[in-house]
Design a protein around this ligand. Structure first.
Ligand code: FES
Length: 198
């Protein structure tokens, strides 16, 4: 089944219309985020559809999609828990946080999605806020100075339908919502934060 149908096709056209005529290929990132917001990850079909919409080869779209870790090419749970394990975070206990995230979600190493479909745990490179190490992103929202206990609490809260408040910016209720924000299709304001916690 095609992804860009109905309202999603209209949104895809609106995204392409943000760019000057002849520069449609510049819409590749927001189109991939839109596709990800529909299926929860970027499928092979989505790569082909995006390529067709902007008039480039599928391999070119795949090259972009495989470069950015915010774009997921593999099945992904409702919530994406990304643990930075780069140097600053590693020095401040990121490995223990990463292990705790696996334990709390029940995902074995090498696994993609928890059995209940709620979580994916991802090992992330430097998230650019090393002074707050160790850093965890929950649906792309940053949580600072996270301990193993805190990541366990975050997972429990998400299981209970709550969205823990991040260190800055809005709380995001799912990876699909985060993908719509990254596509520029959702407001990045307090309304979203309130809605996410409602
Ligand atoms: S090393 Fe983790 S945020 Fe930079």
């Amino acid at each position: 089944m095609a992804i860009f149908e109905g309202e999603w096709l209209e949104e895809a056209r609106a995204i392409i219309a943000r760019y000057p005529e002849g520069r449609e290929r510049s819409a590749v990132m927001p189109l991939l985020y839109l596709a990800q917001s529909v299926d929860g990850h970027v499928t092979r079909g989505a790569l082909q559809e995006v390529a067709s919409l902007i008039g480039v080869r599928t391999a070119e779209v795949e090259a972009v999609a495989s470069f950015y870790t915010m774009l997921r090419l593999r099945p992904t749970g409702t919530h994406l828990i990304a643990v930075c394990t780069n140097l600053s975070c590693a020095l401040r206990g990121a490995s223990e946080v990463y292990e705790a995230a696996h334990r709390a979600t029940g995902i074995p190493h090498g696994g993609e999605v928890s059995d209940d479909g709620d979580f994916t745990v991802h090992e992330e490179e430097c998230l650019g806020v090393c002074e707050h190490a160790p850093v965890v992103q929950v649906n792309v929202a940053n949580h600072d100075r996270v301990t193993p206990e805190r990541v366990t609490e975050i997972v429990a809260a998400l299981r209970g339908g709550e969205v823990p408040e991040p260190a800055r910016g809005p709380a995001v209720d799912s990876f699909k919502t985060a993908s719509r924000i990254l596509a520029g299709l959702e407001p990045l304001d307090e309304t979203l934060a309130e809605g996410a916690n409602a």
